[in-house]
Design a protein around this ligand. Structure first.
Ligand code: HEC
Ligand code: HEC
Ligand code: HEC
Ligand code: HEC
Length: 170
């Protein structure tokens, strides 16, 4: 092999290593949170949550799988661009409609769908009831009666609903 080719191959390998390192570094919680100061409140509220230490930002904020990972990285490049060219504030971040897909939650909570009440609501977003999940220590679960006004609030999520409850639904 000529010397020229060896140099080219060496450069390609070096680029791959640098890229992988960059991909890994930008997936860390530290990077997600502390690279931009306006992310800090999200990192702090995550630290207060039950999900601290058992999740990474990417577990919820990227669709599961390789495509989701690549998508999250591409969004990240867009975010970096916006970060460098515009003046972002915390208010802008809070005004964003951040959506976490059920698939992300189900990676770890797959067995929740054995529960009849969760099955009834499987087409909804987990976050419709689990308000503020992942951020902050108090997690409010919305009471049944707030969405089903004719229903009492005292149902347990995992009880079998009686026919009477279901009639009330009509
Ligand atoms: C257990 C899942 C979960 C984890 C882990 C998680 N988040 Fe979130 N995050 C959510 C959900 C759900 C929302 C959107 C609904 C809401 O506002 O609560 C959200 C909202 C956000 C928002 C929008 C701002 C806001 O207040 O609405 C930002 C920014 C954010 N997360 C960043 C992060 C960062 C940074 C980390 C890691 C340090 C992280 N998240 C970890 C679930 C998670
Ligand atoms: C990487 C794995 C992982 C992901 C992703 C994840 N969780 Fe969790 N979650 C856990 C673990 C671990 C616990 C704490 C131990 C337990 O009780 O199961 C927990 C606890 C919970 C609890 C009970 C504790 C509480 O805060 O009230 C709920 C509800 C919950 N998760 C819902 C969700 C929802 C909704 C999502 C998606 C937005 C999600 N989780 C994403 C692993 C995960
Ligand atoms: C219609 C509202 C609703 C939806 C939608 C919903 N949940 Fe729940 N979930 C509840 C309620 C209510 C509880 C019981 C909470 C309690 O007792 O504190 C619960 C409990 C849980 C628990 C804790 C179970 C335990 O053994 O303590 C987990 C984990 C959970 N939900 C995950 C999810 C995931 C993941 C999704 C989306 C795929 C989801 N939930 C969608 C209402 C909902
Ligand atoms: C955030 C709003 C919300 C909350 C909280 C909620 N539900 Fe629902 N529920 C819905 C929606 C929306 C549907 C229709 C789901 C569908 O068709 O995919 C539904 C469907 C149902 C059904 C099926 C019958 C029907 O009307 O389609 C029953 C039964 C039910 N819910 C019971 C409960 C119980 C019990 C609780 C409390 C543990 C509860 N729900 C909490 C929104 C909610």
């Amino acid at each position: 092999m000529s010397k020229k080719w060896m140099i080219i191959i060496a450069i390609v390998i070096l680029l791959i290593i640098v890229n992988v390192a960059a991909l890994q570094y930008t997936s860390t919680n530290e990077f997600c949170t502390y690279a931009c100061h306006y992310m800090e409140p999200s990192g702090e509220s995550w630290e207060e949550s039950e999900h601290y230490n058992v999740t990474k930002c990417m577990d919820c904020h990227a669709e599961p799988g390789m495509i989701g990972y690549i998508q999250a990285k591409m969004d990240g490049v867009k975010e970096l661009y916006v970060h460098l060219t515009q003046d972002i504030t915390r208010e802008d971040i809070e005004a964003m409609e951040v959506h976490v897909s059920n698939e992300s939650c189900l990676q770890c909570h797959g067995n929740i769908m054995d529960d009849p009440n969760h099955q009834l609501h499987e087409r909804m977003d987990c976050g419709d009831c689990h308000l503020g999940i992942g951020h902050g220590e108090e997690v409010d679960v919305i009471e049944c009666g707030e969405c089903h006004p004719e229903m009492a609030n005292d149902h347990d999520i995992d009880e079998d609903l009686s026919d009477e409850d279901l009639e009330e639904e009509e």
